[in-house]
Ligand binder design. Sequence first.
Ligand code: HEM
Length: 325
Amino acid sequence: MSSGGRLALALSVVVLLAFTAPCSAATLQAGFYKGKCGLVDVESVVATVVAAQFARDRSIVAALLRMQFHDCFVNGCDASILLDGSSSEKTAGPNLSVRGYDLIDAVKAAVEAICPGVVSCADIIVMATRDAVALAKGGRYGVQTGRLDGKVSLARNVNLPGPSITVSQAASAFAQKGLTISDMVLLLGGHTVGIAHCSLFQDRLYDFNGLGKPDPTMDPKLVAALRPRCPQSATLDNTVDLDQNPTSALVVDSSYYKQVLARRGVLQIDQELASDRRSKSLVATLANATDFSARFGRAMVKLGALQSRLPGEIRRSCRALNKRR
Ligand code: HEM
């Protein structure tokens, strides 16, 4: 190619880049919204709405933690889970029981009312989760902001780990996202709050591995306690607390690890963390750790740093793409 040709090619690449929609892989920073909405402190608007919901229903903490995981694991933290549509991510099996969409709508309405078109839905998920964890005594970690909302949301892209996956399989799913096995063990600490449907661990109570007996790794007392709530012939899919310590089922603390050490993990993956050679020592450490909150917070920040490389925008409604003007 002649030098003139090369120059023309280089120029056309520059022009193309300049006119491409912004990429979701924005630079994240602490306090991104400072000064972007006049004197309004965006983070405290978010915190106020979350606190009001928490006062009504503390289960919002679990809803948001799971929502952030399910959002960030599919195409990065780009709020793709929030988009409505007949084949969008929220219609995929693992997302059917994700909750908290109304709270996100309420936060978005509050920020749009005072500062339209500035705060992304992706950042709202991350900020609201951080606030909810702090309210549930999980400590306050500092989050970075500046994410854009993605434009692609397809159920077929949802490839989240299932409850009966092995630790090795789960670890490779996390490794594909650049997260270590320690990150995974810490993030699974999110199961210190929230609920699980009986259908997702029923086999452990009655017929583990098709042998007609309960999972031998589950404390028989827990098997007996969960069976009435999860009868074999049930027509309703009931739920039970993931943290089977009744005094801390709504608290973000290290009780989850104590429970799995006592063979009282509800999901198979939870229980396997206590026996797999790659995870068991960290589980034992975390069960008695005084710095669980700080470590969990750091892992949540790492989860929140997963980014999409696709073009993004600041959605006006978290449930729909912006209309072309
Ligand atoms: C290997 C990884 C994981 C697997 C296999 C897994 C699996 C599950 C399953 C099967 C449920 C029950 C869902 C239902 O019954 O509807 C659940 C609930 C939950 N998960 Fe996970 N999870 C994983 C990682 C995480 C992570 C990383 C977080 C957050 C940091 C998280 C937070 C939660 C929360 C809070 C709930 C309760 C949700 C609610 O109460 O609505 N999970 N998880």
